[in-house]
Ligand binder design. Sequence first.
Ligand SMILES: C[S@@+](CC[C@H](N)C(=O)[O-])C[C@H]1O[C@@H](n2cnc3c(N)ncnc32)[C@H](O)[C@@H]1O
Length: 300
Amino acid sequence: MGCFFSRRFIEAENGKMRFRIIDGRRFHDISNSEYFVPNDDEEADRLVGFHYAMKDIWGGLFYSPVEEKLRQGARVIDLGCGAGTWILDMAKQYPYSKFVGVDLSPIFPTEGLPSNVEFIEYNVLDRLPYEDSFFDFVHQKIMLAAFTEAQWEENVIPEMTRLTRPDGWVEILEVAGYLVSDGNATNRISEAFRNFYTSRGMNFDIWKEIPHLLENTNAFSEIRKETKAIVLGKKGGIPGQETLRYCTVGLRACRSFLSADMDIMPEHYDSLVEVISIEAEKTTTYYNQYRYCAHKNISN
Ligand SMILES: C[S@@+](CC[C@H](N)C(=O)[O-])C[C@H]1O[C@@H](n2cnc3c(N)ncnc32)[C@H](O)[C@@H]1O
């Protein structure tokens, strides 16, 4: 049976250990967060590559009709900014706007930042240090592994709503937590992932709930939705190949706990992940993405 191994704690801050090392990868050690993906350089690299693939897939950096406001000067926040590439790309394009990236872990850059960018290490589940209605545009992408379904409802959506000014926009981009395929290995890992998510109170179909969660706040006058199915591997061109890399590198990062959950050796798990790439080329594997934007009521 697989198990956690080489587990130790590193980087003390004020006597408190900040990170955990599991299977050679660095993870956060924050008790009220269920987020289970590493926060090291390898992960930052994965996120940067996927940022550019997504920009290509969606044909731009955002969905909300905020272009004009961004040109004039807007306040923008990205929750769970990761390596910060979305923020840096936006900041370059809109020099009169101010950008804040927030992440639980310090995997964003800290040096040589443009003057219109700030990154803060902060847990979105704690009330953020900004007054109500402070931002014109509140953005968040790929956070399905970050929050339980209850946290989405009780913390995340209310906090996004609180931070957005009346007439401002909230935008959420989510991926499905699984790959759609006829391949056995792909489906086996997707099923293990579903069980893992469920056991932690998370919903790997959270994209389905997002419109209802936004509607239930009664704070938005209009909610828009767009969907894309990305074909993985060579058939999907450069974005498809980069997305396949994003998925397989991400799955390898989850080896210690998914192999344990599946009751297989880590080496067996690695070989299944390798087969996912082969199945993507032999059959067709899709990775679905969804984006929503919501206009906050002028009277709120
Ligand atoms: C899959 S990554 C996506 C990063 C980025 N949005 C992107 O698209 O590249 C999820 C990020 O959310 C961060 N995160 C998870 N839980 C968080 C929380 N409670 N508060 C702030 N950030 C969180 C993680 O540290 C990680 O960087």
